[in-house]
Design a protein around this ligand. Structure first.
Ligand code: 13P
Ligand code: SF4
Length: 331
């Protein structure tokens, strides 16, 4: 079989013997190939369990930068794997399904953003890491949800700033820092779909539960939340707070690690505006254990990048890591 040709769907579509112990096979492949699996908290539980490192976007970028492995298997979405490649040009970076995109990253096409930037030329550009390499290359500093406040505060108060692509995170940061950043009109489909009405009803039924939310959520949800933070920050809060019930307003994948590290606590996914009881990211959930196994076995699909673009996109990521280090957020 020509493996390269099999990739037309963006992932390897090869039948696997259903009796194969995929967990065992993946562990073997990791050792044989000196490969590391980095997974985001929104991945399906099986993938999180087989990963070497699970984290938020900042943790994953940092881990990608420091690994000695020859192959980085990125169980997450395309912009995350791209970030790993930007930081590791000589390593092979694999993504189990190349179609694993991001509605937020897609909401900022580079050609339109370039015009917006030109019209506001006196502004410095801070972009959330959930964006394409092309947008990163047009940015001055990258941030994640766990370091955005510190990054903004590292700049002089009078410095005009464009914040892209997430308008909800941008509005939240404007409120927190007292800045008036110019916001790009982008959003994440997963965090915009929560139903305020259903969340309020849940809070009435669970009066002692803490509502914890990701800052990509809309302002109306953030306004009634007890705690707001990145996925890692939400996880830490659930571990250290004495409450025994939590309503979680972010993608449902995070509940796996929350429940694992707090077996006696109850985690209730915040309901979306449709008939579902939980909220999955359709992009994140394109990766499966089967695709992960196949991509490690055949070392495909691989993330490739033009060197000029990589170098331009690396500069604002390095700046982010430098400010995060100076602020004591990372080692
Ligand atoms: P963090 O894990 O950095 O909080 O990001 C959440 C997210 O939406 C990733 O796609
Ligand atoms: Fe993108 Fe939202 Fe999915 Fe994260 S949860 S990958 S921001 S669509």
């Amino acid at each position: 079989m020509n493996i390269e040709n099999n990739l037309s769907k963006g992932f390897l579509d090869i039948d696997i013997n259903p009796e194969l112990d995929l967990f065992g096979e993946i562990e073997k492949l990791k050792k044989e190939k000196n490969a590391i699996i980095l997974a985001h908290y929104y991945q399906e539980p099986d993938i999180q369990d087989v990963a070497d490192f699970i984290g938020d976007s900042l943790g994953l970028a940092q881990e990608a930068k420091k690994t000695n492995a020859e192959i980085i298997v990125f169980a997450g979405v395309h912009f995350m794997a791209e970030t790993a490649k930007i930081l590791n040009p000589t390593k092979k970076v694999l993504l189990p399904d190349l179609n694993a995109g991001c509605s937020l990253a897609d909401s900022a096409p580079a050609d339109l953003f370039k015009i917006f930037k030109q019209k506001n030329a006196e502004h410095l550009v801070i972009s959330y890491i959930n964006c394409s390499a092309e947008i990163k290359a047009l940015s001055d500093i990258i941030c994640t949800s766990s370091n955005a406040e510190k990054i903004i505060e590292s700049l002089p108060k009078e410095q005009p700033i464009i914040f892209a692509p997430d308008k909800n995170l941008g509005a939240y940061l404007n409120k927190k820092t007292g800045r008036k950043m110019l916001l790009w009109n982008g959003a994440c489909m997963v965090h915009e779909i929560f139903s305020l009405e259903k969340i309020i009803k849940l809070k009435i039924r669970h009066p002692k539960a803490k509502l914890i939310a990701h800052p990509e959520c809309e302002e109306s949800v953030l306004n009634i939340s007890d705690y707001i933070g990145s996925t890692t920050q939400l996880l830490k809060y659930s571990q250290t707070n004495s409450a025994s019930e939590f309503i979680v307003a972010t993608e449902t994948g995070i509940l796996h690690e929350m429940q694992k590290s707090n077996p006696l606590k109850t985690f209730i996914p915040a309901p979306p505006n449709n008939n579902c009881a939980c909220n999955d990211c359709p992009h994140m959930k394109l990766n499966t254990l089967e695709k992960l196994y196949l991509c490690m076995k055949y070392e495909l699909p691989e993330i490739k990048m033009d060197e000029k673009l990589r170098l331009a996109a690396k500069k604002p990521i390095d700046k982010m890591l430098e400010i995060s280090r100076a602020a004591g957020l990372i080692l």
